[in-house]
Design a protein around this ligand. Structure first.
Ligand code: TRP
Length: 457
């Protein structure tokens, strides 16, 4: 049996410290998923019961899988495709497991294409708010602006291109001090602004409506699709199921606790999402808007709120700048597995990032057209546009499937001695709980949710 000694460092370098890994991973996790997606899907799927399923998924499925991803990445110190192959070899099992790495890397490539489009919208909103477009605006005027953007493919393409260029620029420079420093400044600022927004939401007189909407559990609203979406979102928001966190784990210094780091990252991400919900929904209700209005929620309700805040244009501009930065620190982590793999194959980072970015950018054009030229029913598949299908396929199918395979790999396929060596969990009870989660709870949970959705159960 061949045995390769696994490396102490990666060819891409290491994070300078444990807290930088935590911040980078939190930067990956906190993104459009928290600010744009969580509020609107919670709105669409009816609130409290949906939120509860999402929280359960984070706790029992998401966090154990995040531990598995970090463990696998750090043990192999390579991009996910190579990491899974190396670990399979180390444990003396089939190298075909590398397909798991490929599936994840491909999912990331697909996600990047539409993630950049949405982040592009946020970029455009920086400009709109800075111009005072929404000052003293009404629900009608903000809605008209957003609909105008969606109807204009050229405008969307412009901002999509700009965002993709920014993300690729950063990835091309490597996972290094530039990114780390930006994250360090911007993440706290984002949190401060969020608290300010929650504060504003408290003054609307509808704060408790928001609280009830988020936390009152009404199980009659839980369709199989709602449960699937809640689970898919728990993967999306924690950046799991495709190897982004695995790639970041590959750069984590050896001497730090994986378990505690994951706890911090998941806490930050979840708290962030809930706070965004507490900021947005009271504003929605105060203005008599529809919580189930879909992807436009952030681009309609927030500008409306800012337009009627003292100094709202300024605060709103800063907020959307920060949304863009949150999206940037996520987008680079979505691209990193593919780029790192190409670099390990001998390509220069610049070339790798450019090729991968350009192809993903091109694919993004079809998501852009989903809102205008290709919006008609004759272009829909399964009743959904190209964008809706891509989002559904990646978030609700590929990420959970990737997560399932990662759990099986870490729980059943890898040799336990290797796993334990990498995790070095001091607390036996925590280790056993994790082990049960990746071997049984997470795979079974994912399977049940998926089968239930397919109508088999
Ligand atoms: N978690 C990020 C968000 O919520 C998006 C993201 C970053 C992601 N890396 C990922 C999603 C990997 C899926 C897989 O916006």
């Amino acid at each position: 049996m061949s045995f390769t000694k696994l490396p102490e460092s990666s060819v891409h370098g290491l994070w300078a410290a444990r807290w930088i890994f935590i911040l980078a991973a939190a930067g990956s996790a906190i993104g459009l998923g928290n600010i744009w997606k969580f509020p609107y899907i919670t709105g669409m799927y009816g609130g409290g019961a949906f939120v509860m399923v999402y929280l359960l998924c984070v706790l029992f499925i998401g966090m154990p899988i995040m531990v598995a991803e970090v463990m696998m990445g750090r043990r192999a110190r390579a991009a996910p495709i190579n990491a899974v192959q190396k670990l399979a070899q180390e444990s003396g099992i089939s190298r075909r497991w590398g397909l798991l790495g490929w599936m994840g890397t491909l999912s990331g490539f697909l996600i990047l294409s539409f993630y950049s489009m949405i982040a592009g919208w946020a970029l455009y909103y920086v400009l709109l708010l800075a111009q005072g477009t929404f000052t003293a605006g009404t629900a009608d005027t903000v809605k008209t602006s957003f609909d105008g953007l969606l109807a204009n493919p050229g405008l969307m393409l412009l901002w999509h291109s700009l965002f993709m260029a920014m993300a690729i620029f950063i990835v091309a420079r490597g996972v290094n001090a530039g990114l780390e420093r930006a994250t360090r400044v911007m993440m706290p600022a984002l949190i401060v602004l969020l608290f300010a927004l929650v504060g504003y939401a408290m003054t609307t007189g509808h704060f408790m409506d928001g609280v009830h909407f988020l936390f009152d559990v009404d199980f009659s609203k839980l369709t199989p699709q709602a449960v699937l979406v809640a689970m898919g979102h728990s993967f999306f928001t924690l950046s799991l199921g495709m190897g982004a966190i695995m790639a970041y784990g590959a750069y984590m210094p050896r001497e730090h606790s994986i378990g505690r780091s994951v706890l911090t990252i998941a806490f930050l991400d979840t708290a962030f999402a809930l706070l965004v919900g507490l900021a947005i929904f009271p504003i929605v209700f105060a203005n008599g808007l529809e919580p189930a209005s879909g992807p436009g929620l952030m681009f309609v309700t927030l500008p409306l709120a800012f337009g009627n805040l003292p100094a709202g244009a300024l605060v709103g501009t800063v907020f959307f700048v920060l949304v863009v930065i949150a999206a940037l620190t996520s987008a680079i982590s979505i691209a990193e597995p593919f780029v790192a793999w190409a670099v390990e194959k001998g390509m220069s980072r610049l070339v790798a990032a450019t090729i991968i970015g350009a192809t993903s950018w091109f694919l993004g054009i079809f998501s852009i057209l989903s809102f205008n030229w290709l919006a008609g029913d004759e272009y829909k598949l399964f009743g959904r546009t190209f964008f809706d299908n891509l989002d559904f396929l990646t978030t609700n199918i590929l990420l959970p499937l990737g997560g399932l395979l990662i759990a099986v790999f870490a729980g059943w396929a890898m040799k336990e001695t290797k796993v334990m060596k990498e995790l070095e969990m001091k607390n036996q009870a925590v280790y056993i709980a994790w082990r049960i989660a990746v071997r049984i709870v997470a795979p079974l949970g994912i399977l049940l949710v998926m089968l239930n959705f397919l109508g088999v159960l």
